[in-house]
Write a protein that binds this ligand. Structure first.
Ligand code: AKG
Ligand code: FE2
Length: 350
């Protein structure tokens, strides 16, 4: 029996034939990670590559990124061990509306249930966050992490990996800033003292009706950057500019998939766009992925940067407080709602 909560509207159901196309660009980060190569001209070339990838796709993969492979293998193994436990064990660290980090298997994207189970872990423990999405409510609360008993050393494994993700995010933000003609460290202030970033372990079990359901429904990531580790089972699809086709991202061993989120779109005043993506499931193989969501501090005011607006190119967005946006968004993850959830186009200046 097909559970109707998972069924996508007909226009969102995936075609199971895969489009073989020139995929998202693969970018070699050795000019910034290998100190014997770092001459200024190779960095300039790299900045140009990043700029074009952000403009044309909003997505790219990186190799020679400097993240030790063992740390990735450790977290991938821990993720498999965690999800292989009984539902009862996993539910001991269930997240809820009050403490949204932990285990969850009923997330909704665009009000349809996703065919997946997740475990979320905040980078900052505690993470400061507004109590409500109401702009007039100044109260701040905090989220704390839940730690499963199993597998052993879970905290250390996650924390070692998170440190590397943060380092890579700061490097990528520098390259993105340079590609927009900004000072390299222009974005740092939004993250350096505080942030709301988190890491997610995703498990997509085999699905008996992959033509009707999705692992994650189409969406754009709301923050600054996402660094995704996907395993060898493909499923991530990116909406291509122009013809709007869904393009499958072919797994590249030890590469990371990077995509820019809504906050960069707003900061860049639409120079770069946050791109729609989704996850297709299949009836035979389970799939694991690990996104790291790089999110600014809750009190960050997100608005087009002064350097990027002028009379010819006025600001395209009204400012919004990141934490309020996030809390508003979160409400819609927990239940099917009648209204569509908040998106950055709601802040667009017509
Ligand atoms: O699992 C994936 O490949 C991507 C997941 C994703 O887009 C998300 O969790 O935001
Ligand atoms: Fe995503």
């Amino acid at each position: 029996e097909v559970d109707p909560a998972f069924i996508q509207d007909p226009q969102h159901r995936p075609k199971l034939s895969i489009i073989q196309a020139q995929g998202i660009p693969i970018i070699d980060l050795s000019p910034i990670t290998n100190h014997t190569v770092s001459d200024p001209s190779s960095i300039e070339v790299l900045v140009k590559e990043i700029g074009s990838a952000c403009k044309e796709w909003g997505f790219f993969q990186v190799i020679n990124h400097g993240v030790p492979l063992t740390l990735r293998q450790n977290i991938e193994k821990a993720s498999r061990l965690f999800f292989a436990q009984s539902l009862e064990k996993k539910k001991k660290v269930s997240r809820d509306e009050m403490s949204p980090s932990g285990y969850y298997d009923t997330e909704h994207t665009k009000n349809v249930r996703d065919w997946k189970e997740v475990f979320d872990f905040q980078v900052k423990d505690p993470t400061l966050i507004p109590v409500t999405a109401d702009e007039n409510d100044d109260r701040v609360t905090h989220w704390t992490n839940q730690l499963p008993q199993y597998p052993p050393h879970f905290r250390v494994i996650i924390q070692e990996y998170i440190q590397e993700m943060e380092k890579l995010c700061f490097k990528l933000l520098e390259l993105i800033a340079l590609s927009l003609g900004l000072e390299a460290k222009r974005f740092e202030e939004f993250f350096i003292e505080d942030q709301t970033s988190f890491i997610r372990l995703n498990h997509y079990p085999p699905c008996p009706y992959p033509h009707l359901a999705l692992g994650v429904g189409h969406h754009k990531d709301p923050g600054a950057l996402t660094i995704l580790a996907q395993d060898e089972v493909a499923g991530l699809e990116v909406r291509r500019e122009g013809d709007q086709e869904w393009i499958r991202v072919k797994p590249t061993p030890d590469a990371y998939i990077i995509n820019i989120g809504d906050a960069i779109q707003v900061w860049s005043n639409d120079a770069y766009e946050s791109v729609n993506h989704r996850v297709v499931v299949n009836s035979e193989k389970e799939r694991f992925s690990i996104p790291f969501f790089f999110f600014p501090a809750h009190d960050t005011e997100v608005k087009p940067l002064d350097e990027l607006i002028n009379e010819q190119n006025p600001s395209k967005f009204r400012p919004y407080k990141w934490g309020k946006f996030l809390v508003h968004r979160l409400g819609s993850n927990f239940k099917k709602q009648n209204e569509a959830n908040i998106q950055i186009y709601h802040y667009k200046i017509a």
